[in-house]
Design a protein. Structure first.
Length: 205
């Protein structure tokens, strides 16, 4: 596609770098912004994004997104919860929160153990999880990790690490199909899987 304006072309190229935004969508958004030249509209659109990019942090406790050093979930629930739900990504936290079935704490691993992808134990937020369980009155750790081969390997490793600490390790009930991604499960299935979680039994792989 040819553009009469290099500025428009550059804006379309920049917007199309975003996930799920193709060239046509990027062009439509760019033309909208041009049409809405009013300063207040542009400020409302640009300012929050710029502030998010510059100011957003990762929680020092659970590695979720936060406005300060500690996320709002840890601030609100740390004093009243003895359960940690371990997830792969921040999007999984959002998916579980949307079910309204869980009111405990979270721990974001940042992925799963996957040697083929170059992701080893030291690349994940595992040591901070062990320290949380050691240093606080945590009685249960829920493994809300996607049921893939890599996910099962990660659950097994974490369970072996946590076993000496005497904490109860549970799994989501298998309403989540094996090989599926947690964030794509429907809210009802995910909510029921949290409520009907089952103990995790360690067995040699």
């Amino acid at each position: 596609m040819s553009y009469s304006s290099k500025l428009l072309q550059e804006a379309v190229a920049a917007l199309s770098m975003l996930p799920g935004i193709g060239k046509k969508s990027a062009l439509r958004l760019s033309l909208y912004l041009i049409a809405e030249r009013q300063e207040d509209v542009l400020r409302e659109f640009i300012a929050p994004i710029a502030k998010m990019i510059s100011d957003i942090k990762f929680c020092q406790i659970c590695h979720n997104l936060a406005d300060g050093e500690i996320c709002s979930i840890c601030v609100e629930r740390s004093h009243k919860s003895n359960t940690i739900c371990v997830v792969e990504s921040i999007r999984d936290v959002m998916a579980i929160e949307d079910t309204d079935q869980y009111q405990g704490l979270y721990h974001v691993l940042g992925g799963v153990i996957s040697p083929l992808d170059g992701i080893a134990v030291e690349h994940l937020n595992i040591e901070s999880l062990v320290k949380r369980v050691e240093g606080h009155n945590i009685q249960e750790v829920i493994m809300a990790v996607s049921p893939t081969i890599e996910g099962e390997t990660t659950i097994y490793y974490l369970s072996k690490r946590l076993q000496p600490l005497g904490v109860r390790v549970t799994l989501l009930a298998r309403g989540i199909s094996f090989g599926g991604e947690l964030e794509y499960a429907d809210g009802l299935t995910l909510g029921r899987s949290i409520v009907t979680r089952v103990p995790y039994e360690i067995s040699e792989l």
